[in-house]
Ligand binder design. Structure first.
Ligand SMILES: NC(=O)C1=CN([C@@H]2O[C@H](COP(=O)(O)OP(=O)(O)OC[C@H]3O[C@@H](n4cnc5c(N)ncnc54)[C@H](O)[C@@H]3O)[C@@H](O)[C@H]2O)C=CC1
Ligand SMILES: O=C([O-])CC(=O)C(=O)O
Length: 265
């Protein structure tokens, strides 16, 4: 049987973790990275994978395109993928807090028959939340708690002294849209929860730095016509990037496996 093919946009910590766990029967054939990363990515991947800077260079049709590239990568390449009628599974969901980009990707997919799959990423419960929305939701709150190292290099550094915190400290409270825009490498989940639930402006987000944790903890509380749920997921960060939870990479692997499976769970 010929292998099904995957294109990956971005090849950083998450992309490499996904590649290592790619199910047999699936081949990573194309990787799209910025010009500056081409040489390093070619050196990592060798001859079997075509490294490119634009989706346009690809002359075949991948069975699935996965985005592990950050919000800028989704904004740059998402439209081209969807305009071709391909399936695109994304983790940099915070980019969709930009209404113009959301509209562009939505319209490209609708016109071409392509599909944009918003992956659950580092959290669980998105199926239940989206089902609950069908009956009407009253409130949805999302809280993320991570170690100082996970917030370094982010807007958090302007809001709290990451070297001086001695106890869990909330440094941001606001809407999911605001969180996703201000913390592009750390609050994509906020946008995912918003898209599954009450939307970017009506989903409340709280971000916390916790000096005593080594986990990335996500808590979702939802209330509505269905009842109420609260889930807390305490994930291990990837060793190669403490901002990114291992489960986020695994959600991409799951999306890849679904390409092979006749029964989708
Ligand atoms: N939904 C979720 O649960 C989560 C989503 N994420 C998203 O996944 C992204 C990737 O995470 P990591 O691999 O850990 O980050 P990383 O910083 O290790 O890797 C990012 C990769 O994307 C590439 N890239 C940057 N701009 C690009 C562009 N315009 N076109 C193509 N490639 C581009 C970089 O060269 C690098 O290879 C994060 O930036 C974040 O947006 C991360 C964690 C959880
Ligand atoms: O991986 C995580 O814990 C979540 C994350 O970075 C994001 O939502 O962007």
């Amino acid at each position: 049987m010929t292998a099904k093919t995957v294109m990956m946009i971005g090849y950083g910590a998450m992309g490499r973790a996904v590649h290592e766990l790619l199910p047999s029967g699936l081949a990573l054939r194309w990787v799209v990275v910025p010009e500056l990363s081409v040489a390093e990515t070619v050196a990592r991947l060798g001859q079997d994978v075509e490294v490119m800077t634009s989706v346009d260079t690809c002359r075949e049709r991948p069975d699935l395109v996965v985005e592990c590239a950050g919000q800028a990568g989704l904004a740059e390449h998402g439209g081209a993928v969807l305009a071709r009628g391909w399936s695109l599974a994304v983790v940099s969901v915070g980019a969709l807090a930009d209404d113009a980009l959301y509209g562009r990707l939505h319209d490209a997919a609708r016109r071409s028959g392509g599909k944009l799959h918003v992956l659950a990423g580092a959290v669980a419960g998105m199926d239940g939340l989206a089902a609950a929305r069908e009956g009407g939701l009253e409130s949805v709150t999302y809280e993320a708690r991570k170690a100082p190292a996970s917030w370094r290099g982010s807007h958090a550094e302007e809001l709290v002294d990451l070297d001086a915190v001695t106890q869990p400290t909330v440094f941001f409270e606001g809407s999911a849209g605001d969180a996703a825009r201000r913390f592009p490498a750390n609050a994509n989940v906020a946008a995912t929860v918003a898209l599954a639930g009450l939307g970017m402006e009506n989903t409340t987000v709280r971000l916390t730095v916790d000096p005593d944790t080594t986990r990335n903890t996500h808590r979702i509380h939802a209330r509505g016509h269905f009842g109420e749920f609260e889930i807390e997921l305490s994930g291990y960060p990837l060793a190669s990037n403490p901002k990114t939870s291992t489960l986020a990479a695994l959600s991409v692997v799951r999306a890849c496996r679904q390409v092979l499976e006749p029964v989708v769970v």
